[in-house]
Write a protein that binds this ligand. Sequence first.
Ligand SMILES: Cc1cc2nc3c(=O)[nH]c(=O)nc-3n(C[C@H](O)[C@H](O)[C@H](O)COP(=O)(O)OP(=O)(O)OC[C@H]3O[C@@H](n4cnc5c(N)ncnc54)[C@H](O)[C@@H]3O)c2cc1C
Ligand SMILES: NC(=O)c1ccc[n+]([C@@H]2O[C@H](COP(=O)([O-])OP(=O)(O)OC[C@H]3O[C@@H](n4cnc5c(N)ncnc54)[C@H](O)[C@@H]3O)[C@@H](O)[C@H]2O)c1
Length: 462
Amino acid sequence: MENKFDLLVIGFGKAGKTLAGDAARQGKTVALVEQSDQMYGGTCINIGCVPTKALVHSADLFTAAGNDAAQQGAEAFSKAVAFRDKLTGAMRAKNFEMVDSNETATVITGKAEFVDAHTVKVSAGNDTLELTADTIVINTGAVPVMLPIEGLRESKYVVDSTDFQKNPELPGRLAVIGGGPIGIEFASLAANFGAQVTVFEAAPKLFGRSDQDVADVALELLKDQGMELFAGVRINKVVDTENGVELHYQDAEGNEKVWSGDRVLAATGRKPATEGLNVEAAGLELGKRGEVVVDEYCRTNQDHIFAVGDVNGGLQFTYISLDDYRVVKDQLFGEGKRSVKDRVAVPNTIFITPPLASVGLTEDAAREAGKNIKVGVKPVAAVATMPWAKIVKQPKGIMKFVIDADSDQVLGAQLLMPEAAEVINLVAVAMRYGITASDLRDGIYTHPSATEGIAEVIAAAK
Ligand SMILES: Cc1cc2nc3c(=O)[nH]c(=O)nc-3n(C[C@H](O)[C@H](O)[C@H](O)COP(=O)(O)OP(=O)(O)OC[C@H]3O[C@@H](n4cnc5c(N)ncnc54)[C@H](O)[C@@H]3O)c2cc1C
Ligand SMILES: NC(=O)c1ccc[n+]([C@@H]2O[C@H](COP(=O)([O-])OP(=O)(O)OC[C@H]3O[C@@H](n4cnc5c(N)ncnc54)[C@H](O)[C@@H]3O)[C@@H](O)[C@H]2O)c1
């Protein structure tokens, strides 16, 4: 094999694989290096968005069918895991083919590390290979943070989100450390399948990035699922016992307490995957969280090396990795104008039931910023013109819009409602392209749908 390439991509992430395909279709020689054959296609399709949402959806179907979680939950969970494996297996194969089937592209399985600014060593077992390239794109993603809590790393009952997914057995009693999106989504799906779930969050509030009225409804929904949730806690130690595992913690009032159960999910964030990459050999700069430092074009301090996706320390979403790809593509094959600074109104969704989707400013943030605002807010059950919530039997939720009272622009929205992950994209597009709140209010929407609810809530803004 020729070891010199036009483009070398390290890591099979969203940005890198898309760029690799593009470059190959233009006749460039491309090598894509991925450390594991179980990770072709990257985090999203193997251990991230897709498998977790497959489990969330199966859990939703299970509860919507009125099943008895205590009797059937464990078996239903195992079946959901089997479906997920089939799905991710097929996607992995397709992702491999989408790159490797190009005549000028090759996928190389092994762990990459820099030798110098143009050379990368790939190791697989005892085999090593040195590759050189004109352009190098680092797309190695992120890895779970395992905090230095006494006993945490040593415990055989503590798992991260990847290991949790490998086990087809539903834990009876599950503790989740961390109330971010990973913690909350796993907590919610496990509870829907019948696990007894307790969430421990260190910050003073859960759903701290939402306004309090929205957070309150989200917490109520999770409690309805039988979950216990604690904020403001400090985990002191993890102890393996004869019967399982204990978490010794201090609650928000300073009382020392012990939780005991069967499994602990550590979901306290993910850090850029640069360990072992030897980026120093390429003269690259690392930031405080181990991220590869880049400019607004995802370019490192070496002109021919880019870093895209989670590894550059930006927002950790697949769609941000995809947008990094667009920026680098424009640098390599376009006009070189597109920048990460062009991003406006980036939405996000936490996949609970129903989902909580947000974009832009909360009411609190808008007031803090001194904006003159109007707020439209309604419980989902009170949105008379949106029967969709009742049809899908999800009447609990809240819809909230923050509107600039002077310009009529939407400043932000928080939607805890059926199809929120879809509806939020419409709001984000409106914010991005200057479509006013009145335009959104007066739009013609299909019926019955979740979208039509936004008209009534915006109309109620004051
Ligand atoms: C449980 C979970 C759920 C998530 N849910 C969502 C969601 O619903 N929506 C959303 O938008 N985002 C979600 N995310 C975040 C999302 O998955 C990531 O932001 C996204 O996948 C990052 O993609 P990336 O392009 O940075 O690289 P990744 O897809 O992470 O790919 C990096 C690849 O590099 C490989 N690699 C690492 N080091 C080396 C090396 N030295 N040599 C060779 N290969 C290497 C890795 O094996 C990996 O395959 C979730 C994440 C997790 C963990
Ligand atoms: N639906 C989605 O889009 C989705 C889903 C899952 C993950 N993700 C992405 O993956 C990234 C990682 O997710 P995450 O939830 O692991 O990270 P996160 O950083 O968002 O949340 C981690 C949580 O753990 C808490 N925490 C930290 N130390 C703690 C301690 N000692 N005790 C208790 N709690 C502690 C933090 O306060 C925080 O709330 C997210 O930033 C997100 O971008 C997205």
